[in-house]
Design a protein around this ligand. Sequence first.
Ligand code: SF4
Length: 376
Amino acid sequence: MKSDCLFHRRKTTPVQCGNVVIGGDAPISIQTMTKCDTKDVPAVVREIREAVSLGAEIVRVSVSDVEAARAIKSIKQEVSCPVVADIHFDYRLALAAIENGADKIRVNPGNIGGKDRLLQVAEAARARGVAIRIGVNSGSLERDILEKFGAPTPEAMVESAKRHLEYLESHGVDGIVLSLKSSSVKDTIRSYVLMARETLWPFHIGVTEAGPGLKGTVKSTSGIGALLAMGIGDTIRVSLTGPSRDEVVVGKEILQALEIRRFGPDIISCPTCGRTQVDLIPIAKKVAEEVKDLEVPLKIAVMGCPVNGPGEAREADVGVACGREGGVLFSHGKVIGRVSSENMVTALLDLVREEAEKFRREQIGSSDRKTQCGKP
Ligand code: SF4
């Protein structure tokens, strides 16, 4: 792949999912899935609200029986984001979820029960303007495809996705999203790359059953990050053995690290080395904690020595290079003053707030200028 192909987003057909658009020119959205029983409406609403407050834009709930499908109606009255119903095995649950206001239905082609049942779901979804995701999963492929390929290979997953896509397209269904997830990062990447040659429908990307904590985060980031770098992916779901809020936070960090979306400050802190003159880790953690709710895309550097600090953080908006006797403050790569060790963090945070204020004023100024020019 040529380097100029990196991050060149694949052209996709936009699909409406409640009040969020997936694909086209819409920002790559962040999804999660609730972990509690969908029938426990207050718990689901609490979980969704928390996820949304952290940046989730679409939330999926599992629908394992009719009561869960009915709960969607009450959940929808309490939350602002689109709610997606996750269906396995019983197509009638998909019909019930659509009837109860789900904004998108995820069906698993490996267990939805064949073409006729899928098309009944598709018909109901089309009548209500509800999108459908064909969610292929390496762990539950159709038997005949598994027999043909001998294993849940990327080619097998693509065959499953194509088969069900053809069913939907031949019946004029619009509003389709696809996913081809494996618990293997390599197979996930290859499946999406192969499928991207076959269709213009948008992709929901993620590595399935990525695992807990650090391992799950690294697996998800490797898979999602590689695909996004190739321009593949319109909505992302980090799948962790952990709370949904962690999935949202990791999803945001992936998009921010790849500079696809900016949600807040970036902390550039040095890894420390033999030249480090202070206990840098708690300082960097404190700064990160203090600025985490600042919705301004500043780059903030926290460096461990005055020798390389300003140089290493040349790209930062503000920063501090910590030394034994105090810190050197810098702004946009230039040294602007020195502070004592006691005042180092406070002085840096004051500088951050000043820069944030400047940024906000510039934003207001630029929107005023656009209004004066008669532009929206
Ligand atoms: S900034 Fe200084 S302390 Fe930090 S890694 Fe670089 S040389 Fe080491």
